[in-house]
Design a protein around this ligand. Structure first.
Ligand SMILES: Cc1cc2nc3c(=O)[nH]c(=O)nc-3n(C[C@H](O)[C@H](O)[C@H](O)COP(=O)(O)OP(=O)(O)OC[C@H]3O[C@@H](n4cnc5c(N)ncnc54)[C@H](O)[C@@H]3O)c2cc1C
Ligand SMILES: C=Cc1c2[nH]c(c1C)Cc1[nH]c(c(CCC(=O)O)c1C)Cc1[nH]c(c(C)c1CCC(=O)O)Cc1[nH]c(c(C)c1C=C)C2
Length: 468
């Protein structure tokens, strides 16, 4: 009877347990979560007035292979009728004290639009004629500046990466953060040529929900009870799976390999012997529980940094008629280093607004790679900075009816230049020694919910072949 232990009950750990239950031969699957709740960074708070406040992620993209995989999971968990979806919405940049819509129409492609001095078409044309680089990796800034020019790097990719990685494009790796774009340059000499000439995915879509999402042109989605509903559904399904156990308040304090090729997990003073362990926790946290005899491995795990993000959810006690409605806006680091961007929550999912009185909800995100500049500020000062930035940038005022400041420590791992070499060393170490250990989670190959779920599936499928 084989036992698999999953360390961490965030979306990656629960997805790994789900696929283990479906696709593997492990008779026993134990999920061990350190805290008293499941979900990790997914935190949807329900208020008595009916509003749903997202402290962490608030939406999931249906696009791409990983997006499709999540939709298949949503369907499998019978959550399809709980989905709230929206079509493409305007996204803005806040530059030189004003909001500029990112191009979303053909007209905008040919006309120069603030803050850009040239049309998007001219950047695209420049990209087509740039020479391919033979660099193994480079920063997103260097890549974009080389292929599309400084304006695209500073006004498009700088804010975009603040809105995905809360990171600095001068240090983030092009190869690891945008592997598809990186490969297009390598194979076709240009991203644009790659888009035009790469073979299109013609695989048959069998999922009804994937078809529906395409047909209705979903851009992003959540659930009636917030993104945590996905975690709750995974939990419910796991609790009904024979041989699977979920334990909260179960921090793994030590992980050591035995001479008979197994792993022993220490939890709350007890030892659990496992045939295979899935670690879904942040790489640095894993390095801290591994025994000392794997120093080069733990040292590489520690080299993956993660940034802190301050999330400030603000509710205004009136329905504001926003001139610029949409998903939200991002600030390039040249505009404001501390404030990353603002999500217009009520525009995206008005279903999550309070039911008793009209209101408008926003989330201000601050810090990230620039967190040092917020260090030492009290919650009150962070709250004041968020509200004043919100009012100025949105050109609004009003009575704040709810506000919540949350510091999310080391929440988004940073794939810095050379990240692929770290991964190569980390995974070779495991492979060469036949260690019964799988690494999933946001530290390695993508931070999005889609990446976390899809990478857990891929790893379970790989491991299942070894234990059949
Ligand atoms: C502010 C913010 C906004 C985001 N927005 C989006 C978005 O809009 N869309 C999107 O797709 N993604 C978004 N993300 C990214 C996404 O939420 C995360 O990358 C993802 O949730 C990571 O999940 P995980 O399971 O890999 O890790 P985690 O959520 O970190 O889960 C790991 C779990 O392991 C537990 N743990 C840690 N140590 C131990 C131990 N020793 N023993 C047992 N358990 C342990 C932790 O308590 C935690 O529950 C956002 C992230 C943040 C922070
Ligand atoms: C301002 C800070 C952040 C905002 N969201 C995140 C941060 C750090 C984290 C985040 N946002 C997205 C993802 C998943 C990426 C994916 O591949 O699915 C993560 C980890 C989604 C996302 N958010 C924005 C963009 C452009 C994307 C990429 C996918 C998509 O097009 O939907 C933009 C954006 N994020 C934030 C704001 C204020 C914002 C504004 C336009 C918040």
């Amino acid at each position: 009877m084989k036992t698999a232990v999953v360390i961490g009950g965030g979306v990656s750990g629960l997805a790994a347990a789900h696929y283990l239950g479906k696709k593997s031969n492990f008779a026993k699957i134990l999920v061990l979560e350190a805290s008293s709740r499941l979900g990790g960074w997914l935190q949807s708070i329900h208020h008595p007035d009916g509003s749903v406040q997202e402290l962490g992620p608030r939406s999931i993209r249906p696009a791409g292979r990983a997006g499709q995989n999540t939709l298949e999971l949503v369907e499998e968990l019978n959550l399809a009728d709980q989905v709230l979806w929206v079509r493409a919405q305007n996204r803005y940049l806040y530059v030189n004290g004003e909001k500029c819509a990112l191009p979303n129409s053909l007209g905008a492609l040919v006309k120069a639009q603030k803050p850009f001095s040239r049309s998007f078409l001219s950047y695209i044309m420049k990209e087509v004629f740039q020479k391919r680089s033979d660099e193994e990796d480079e920063s997103i800034y260097d890549f974009m500046e080389r292929r599309m020019g400084k304006e695209m790097a500073c006004y498009a990719f700088d804010p975009l990466c603040r809105g995905i990685f809360a990171g600095d494009i001068r240090h983030l790796s092009m190869r690891s953060c945008f592997p598809e774009l990186y490969k297009l340059e390598k194979h076709y000499g240009s991203i644009v040529k790659g888009f035009l000439f790469s073979p299109k995915d013609k695989s048959q879509i069998t999922s009804k929900l994937v078809k529906k999402a395409r047909l209705e042109r979903w851009s992003t989605y959540s659930f009636r009870r917030g993104v945590l509903q996905l975690v709750n559904a995974l939990e419910e399904s796991l609790r009904q799976t024979k041989g699977t156990e979920i334990h909260t308040d179960a921090p793994c304090s030590k992980l050591h390999f035995t001479s008979d090729g197994k792993l022993v997990v220490s939890v709350n003073g007890e030892e659990v012997k496992a045939d295979h362990v899935f670690s879904s926790i942040y790489a640095k946290n894993l390095s801290q529980i591994l025994s000392k005899d794997h120093s080069s491995f733990t040292s590489d795990l520690r080299k993956i940094p993660a940034v802190n993000v301050v999330v400030v959810c603000v509710e205004i006690a009136e329905k504001l008629n926003l001139i610029e409605s949409g998903f939200g806006h991002l600030l390039p680091s040249s505009e404001d280093r501390k404030v990353l961007g603002v999500v217009y929550d009520s525009c995206v999912f008005p279903q999550h607004d309070r039911q008793d009185i009209p209101s408008s909800r926003f989330t201000v995100m601050m810090g990230g790679a620039w967190y040092e500049e917020l260090k030492g500020m009290s919650d009150q000062e962070l709250q004041e900075l968020a509200i004043s930035s919100l009012f100025t940038q949105m050109g609004i005022s009003g009575t704040v009816s709810k506000v919540k400041v949350t510091l999310m420590k080391e929440c988004i791992p940073q794939y810095l230049v050379g990240h692929h070499q770290l991964l190569e060393r980390i995974f070779t170490y495991i492979q060469d020694r036949n260690l019964p250990l799988s690494l999933v989670g946001s530290s390695y190959r993508g931070p999005s919910i889609n990446d976390c779920i899809n990478n857990a599936r891929i790893e379970v499928e790989r491991i299942s072949k070894l234990y059949c």
